[in-house]
Design a protein around this ligand. Structure first.
Ligand SMILES: C[S@@+](CC[C@H](N)C(=O)[O-])C[C@H]1O[C@@H](n2cnc3c(N)ncnc32)[C@H](O)[C@@H]1O
Length: 221
């Protein structure tokens, strides 16, 4: 992956740029997802954060649920090293390297499989959803958060406004970049429904996040 093409492994420096600049914009949404889906989990509940990056979701979930176990997997060794460093001292979270298209995990091992801003990086998104479904327990939940290709200009502006370290007068350029090169490779609400249904998930509920350039899908195995 590089600045203009989302597919493939992250080039050196992208993870740092993402965490330093963009992650601040998405923190509120992650907090809401963790509160809505990942709070008060029972002891022994197992969560997989796929494409965990530096562990934004995994660490929130683990801190919120000390009795649950959270595993974060990412294709990039650099990302996993960053996540591992940040997660030191949180006993119920672990991180490892793994490809979402070919998960090194047994069938049905997780109560909840969540993936944030990762699906757009996959050359085969259907395969990614099929793998998420496979490692989810029967009756468990799959959740995908992705950039909404049908985003509004207003939602984009609101999101980019929260980015850090943006040079004065260049936010419009960041918005243009985001719309064209990031959201342009994201998913529509409809495409996400199709991915969930094709993966055999049931009770599928896909919604655009009000006022934000993201779409969230939830389904049950
Ligand atoms: C935009 S980042 C999102 C990171 C994190 N989920 C977050 O929201 O902060 C996308 C992540 O997907 C990872 N990724 C890309 N292709 C992948 C694959 N095939 N399997 C696992 N992770 C992958 C990248 O290495 C990167 O860390």
């Amino acid at each position: 992956m590089h600045l203009f093409k989302m597919e493939g492994p992250w080039i050196r420096g992208m993870a740092w740029l993402y965490d330093a600049i963009v992650a601040a914009g998405i923190g509120d949404l992650y907090d809401a997802v963790v509160e809505g889906l990942l709070c008060d989990l029972p002891a022994g509940f197992r969560v997989l954060d796929l494409g965990c990056g530096s562990g934004q979701i995994a660490m929130r979930a683990a801190r919120r649920n000390p009795e649950a176990f959270v595993l974060g997997l990412d294709l990039s060794q650099g990302q996993v090293a960053r996540a591992h460093g940040r997660g030191l001292g949180i006993p119920n979270v672990g991180f490892g390297v793994g490809d979402a298209l070919c998960l090194p995990l047994a069938d049905g091992g997780f109560d909840l499989v969540v993936s944030a801003a990762m699906i757009k990086h996959l050359p085969d998104r259907r395969q990614g959803l099929a793998q998420m479904q496979r490692v989810c327990k029967e009756g468990g939940t799959v959740c995908v958060i992705e950039v909404d290709r049908d985003l509004s200009r207003e939602a984009t502006r609101g999101f980019v406004k929260k980015w850090r370290w943006v040079l004065p007068g260049t936010r419009w350029l960041c918005s243009e970049y985001f719309v064209r090169f990031v959201a342009g490779q994201g998913l529509t609400e409809r495409e996400l429904v199709t991915l969930f249904v094709d993966a055999g998930l049931s009770s599928v509920n896909v919604q655009r996040v009000p006022g934000q350039p993201f779409v969230v899908g939830i389904g049950n195995r």
